[in-house]
Design a protein around this ligand. Structure first.
Ligand code: MTE
Ligand code: MO
Length: 197
């Protein structure tokens, strides 16, 4: 233990209960992208949801902005060990986007412009746990961080929060995405330290 009595015993902690095991807090906002950042003009952007039966819902940028917008305050946790606490975002809840979608699938694949994919169970996207976010800290999301818009699933490691999100595909099975096929854990719960497989 350090010199500060944190009240935890037998476990090395920083003393901040907001930090999952093995994470440290950073004030900066690192950029982590596999490959080049794609450029998508707002006018060309769309977000789709495609089901296992081929049903497809899609929103243009204008239609997306006309949906109910919510402010989100949340901590984010990268598998490379940095956490950023109390970040603020604005976007549309996945609950709103899934309102008229009928599916029996339990799994999804998030597809990004540029080809990045990540798998997320449908239940992790619903009930106020995930958003398509387009504002960060009161400003339009920077392209390096996924602008025009990114998926935000902050209760899982940040690689699940697909930047430059294009759409969500409902999947009959859990199919590993980009990082999940390259050694990252299939689920990615930071509180269980599901980092690598
Ligand atoms: N499209 C896309 N989304 C992505 C990535 C990526 O390479 N491409 N990297 C992931 C990883 S590993 C992390 S940690 C976060 C980093 O987000 P940031 O660059 O905004 O910090 O984005 C995730 N989403
Ligand atoms: Mo990451």
């Amino acid at each position: 233990m350090g010199i500060i009595s944190s009240g935890f015993h037998g476990k090395r902690r920083t003393g901040n209960p907001a930090l999952p095991p093995g994470q440290y807090e950073t004030a900066s906002f690192p950029v982590l992208t596999a490959g080049p950042a794609p450029y998508i003009a707002n006018a060309d952007w769309e977000f789709f949801i495609r089901t296992e039966t081929g049903q497809r819902r899609a929103w243009s940028w204008e239609e997306f902005l006309a949906l109910p917008q919510v402010d989100i305050q949340t901590d984010i946790h990268c598998v490379t060990s940095w956490s950023k606490l109390g970040t603020s975002w604005r976007g549309v809840s996945l609950d709103t986007l899934f309102e008229d979608v009928e599916t029996t699938s339990e799994f999804t694949t998030a597809h990004s412009y540029g080809g990045y994919t990540t798998n997320v169970p449908l239940q992790d996207l619903l009930d106020g746990q995930a958003w398509v976010a387009w504002e960060f800290g009161g400003e339009p999301l920077e392209r390096a961080h996924g602008g025009p818009a990114r998926l935000l699933v902050p209760h899982l490691y940040f690689w699940k929060s697909a930047k430059w999100i294009n759409g969500i595909e409902l999947m009959p099975h859990d199919v590993a995405g980009f990082w999940e096929s390259n050694g990252y854990h299939i689920n990615g719960d930071p509180w269980r330290e599901e980092r690598y497989s």
